[in-house]
Write a protein that binds this ligand. Structure first.
Ligand SMILES: C[S@@+](CC[C@H](N)C(=O)[O-])C[C@H]1O[C@@H](n2cnc3c(N)ncnc32)[C@H](O)[C@@H]1O
Length: 255
């Protein structure tokens, strides 16, 4: 999905081949870190996550990529600075973004860059035709949002506010918004592929994104969550014009 949005590139900003160290925070199975390791063979890539993933099943790990278990909310203990810090899909995984940005700033070399990316579905987008006013999707999104508030890990785009990075000392802050389709409804072939990718991500992640939040923090039963997820899936399959928003932020630590 991100590769399509970034026209085949791994990041929005230009990075010279000479960069020495890169950190991928919340790397998941490491798709980005592994691709980065191949594209920048002379750069050390460190990928961190709170969960352990079996990277061997993803493919052969380039020798310049290593994986570490690390909670990005704890005090960072890296001994050498990074030239680039990549943060994708970490919305909902961090409770205190100002502390997070202070840490990234501290662990970047002067002139180093940070890129933060996240995506969210849009319910009831009235600019789109056939968007249902009280959709199951809007119920789902509202429930997730209030459960995440109760949990203390807000799911919002607040961490894309330039002020949040300015406060940590970052400059040259740029935020790029891309509206993406969900589903196979677009006519344009590239948009259709993007919509299909988003649909797959959504279908795979619907229950995983909501089960713990809604059962633990809002007291729903597991059956209620599954029932709502199925209704949202049906709604998305039958909708035309459903979409989402991808935000990509790039900022620099001054030299
Ligand atoms: C939506 S996935 C994104 C994975 C990857 N960055 C990508 O874009 O493909 C979010 C990842 O962040 C990890 N995560 C969540 N909270 C975290 C934290 N506080 N510190 C480190 N990783 C975290 C999760 O375990 C999960 O693997």
């Amino acid at each position: 999905m991100y590769l399509i949005i970034l026209e085949g590139r791994l990041m929005k900003c230009a990075l010279p081949q000479s960069i020495r160290r890169v950190l991928d925070v919340g790397s998941g199975p490491g798709d980005w870190a592994l691709a980065m390791g191949e594209a920048y063979p002379n750069t050390e890539i460190i990928a961190t996550d709170i969960s352990l993933f079996d990277t061997e099943s993803v493919g052969i790990c380039p020798p310049n990529v290593s994986f570490q278990i690390d909670d990005a909310q704890e005090e960072w203990t890296f001994h050498e600075p990074f030239d680039f810090i990549h943060v994708r899909g970490l919305g909902g995984g961090v409770s205190d973004w100002s502390f997070f940005y202070q840490q990234t700033y501290q662990h970047l070399a002067p002139g180093g860059l940070i890129q933060v990316a996240d995506c969210a579905l849009i319910a009831n987008d009235f600019s789109m035709p056939n968007s249902p006013p009280n959709s199951y999707l809007s119920i789902y999104l509202a429930a997730i949002s209030s459960a995440a508030e109760v949990a203390g890990f807000p799911r919002s785009f607040d961490h894309f506010r330039p002020a949040a990075l300015e406060a940590a000392g970052f400059t040259d802050i740029r935020v790029y918004d891309t509206h993406i389709p969900v589903g196979t409804w677009p006519e344009d072939p590239l948009e259709k592929t993007l919509g299909k990718m988003t649909l797959i991500v959504l279908f795979e992640g619907l229950e995983a994104s909501s089960m713990r939040l809604l059962t633990k923090y809002l007291g729903w039963s597991a059956d209620d969550v599954i029932d709502l997820c199925e209704k949202v899936q049906l709604e998305i399959l039958n909708s035309e014009g459903m979409g989402g928003l991808v935000k990509i932020l790039v900022a620099r630590k001054p030299r």
